[in-house]
Design a protein around this ligand. Structure first.
Ligand code: PMP
Ligand code: GLN
Length: 384
């Protein structure tokens, strides 16, 4: 294995989904919905395929219809104006947006600050770019995870190139507050840092609100914002993501993207352009449905004896397994399918400081109500 990738083996999501298939357990590990997104959006994809829109290489930055829809979305929701021709880039999911941003913006030896626990592709993408990751740990306290702004400030060195942010945050479900984001923004301006912000869960916020850091003073010109259709429209298999940033930053990210995938799959782009224009009720219903599911699974986990960190956003709930007399999340997750027919993810994989994450386990609740109820009943048997 390439030395830069040697520490990364197989991604935990593939490992845990394979475990679920092998054991027939309910898969609350990998985060993907068990029902597909809106019928009319699927129909839009079929229409594009039939009409021959996007069946040959689409334009490198993405089809104009989608770039315009993304720009309109950022303006309508957040008051952020981006030029669809120069300030929007369509990518093969947020994953490619993250990889391309880091490959394009990080020089070998540069330090990249990331909130720990972090989504697993961040570490690999930083490594591929030759950067050094500097984790700043979110600390569990009073039933939620918190960013220590002093720790963040102390993590910045003359070698820091950028802060890789993620809100709403996977796996903890934390939604950074206005005060926290203002402090991160002030630090970025003061120390002249770029911010790459992964906002793929922007529409899945149950308590509080999602605020894009690009909307804070001095941030629009130094922020690369990443979004994805996977979460918002329940099409994780379509792999349509995007970047919004200044023309200079978009051009830089595009320089990496063009040699990773060249362009992203065409017909789905037309469909996502329509999806972004769905009526407000679509976004409200998605959020309300997931809030109910969050509450259902959280209650089930609490009844089974877990300590539950109630997520303000995303479709994941992090738990502490110590009340169950357990302390090793890895061992717990490997044994869980045999013990009660459920698959979950050990949060330790999202940490450099593995010991910090050891007793925490993540469950996904983007599943049908009856599946969550079944999982809760199975988990209850752990309580004995
Ligand atoms: N960022 C985060 C925080 C995620 O949870 C995910 C999806 N699991 C991604 C990025 C990747 O998104 P996509 O499927 O659009 O590549
Ligand atoms: N984002 C999803 C998760 O966190 C799945 C991502 C993946 O499978 N790579 O579970």
């Amino acid at each position: 294995l390439n030395r830069r990738l040697a520490e990364f083996g197989t991604t935990i999501f593939a490992e845990m989904s394979a475990l679920a298939v092998r054991t027939g357990a309910i898969n609350l590990g990998q985060g993907f919905p068990d029902t597909d997104g809106p019928e009319e959006v699927r129909e839009a994809a079929v229409r594009a395929l039939r009409d021959g829109r996007g069946n040959q290489y689409p334009p490198g930055p993405g089809v104009p219809e989608l770039r315009t829809a993304i720009a309109d979305h950022q303006l309508k929701r957040y008051g952020l104006a981006y030029d669809p021709d120069t300030e929007v880039l369509v990518t093969a999911g947020a994953t490619e947006a993250i990889a391309a941003s880091l490959l394009a913006l990080v020089e070998p030896g540069d330090e990249v600050i990331a909130l720990e626990p972090y989504y697993d592709s961040y570490a690999a993408s930083i490594a591929l770019a030759g950067g050094t990751r500097v984790p700043v740990t979110l600390r569990p306290r009073d039933g939620a995870y918190h960013l220590d702004l002093d720790e963040l400030r102390d993590a910045v060195t003359p070698r820091t190139r950028l802060i890789l942010l993620n809100t709403p945050h996977n796996p903890t479900g934390t939604v950074l507050t206005r005060e926290e984001l203002a402090a991160v923004a002030a630090l970025a301006v003061e120390r002249d840092l770029l911010v790459v912000t992964d906002e793929v869960y922007e529409h899945l916020v149950f308590d509080g609100e999602h605020l894009p850091i690009a909307s804070f003073p001095g941030m629009r010109e130094r922020t690369v914002t990443i979004g994805s259709a996977g979460k918002t429209f329940s099409f994780t298999g379509w792999k349509v993501g995007w970047v919004t940033a200044t023309p200079e930053l978009v051009t830089t990210v595009k320089s990496a993207k063009q040699f990773l995938t060249y362009v992203s799959a065409g017909p789905f782009q037309y469909a996502v352009a329509e999806a972004l224009r769905l009526p407000e009720s679509y976004f409200d219903d998605l959020r309300d449905d997931l809030r109910t599911k969050r509450d259902l699974l959280s209650a089930g986990l609490a009844a089974a004896g877990f300590e539950v960190y109630r997520p303000a956003g995303t479709y994941f709930v992090t738990t502490d397994i110590r009340p169950l007399g357990e302390s090793d999340g890895f061992a717990f997750c490997r044994a869980l399918p045999e013990r009660c027919g459920v698959v979950a993810v050990p949060n330790a994989v999202f940490y450099d400081h593995r010991e910090q994450g050891a007793p925490f386990v993540r469950f996904a609740f983007c599943k049908r109500t009856e599946v969550l109820a079944d999982a809760a009943a199975r988990l209850k048997t752990l309580a004995g």
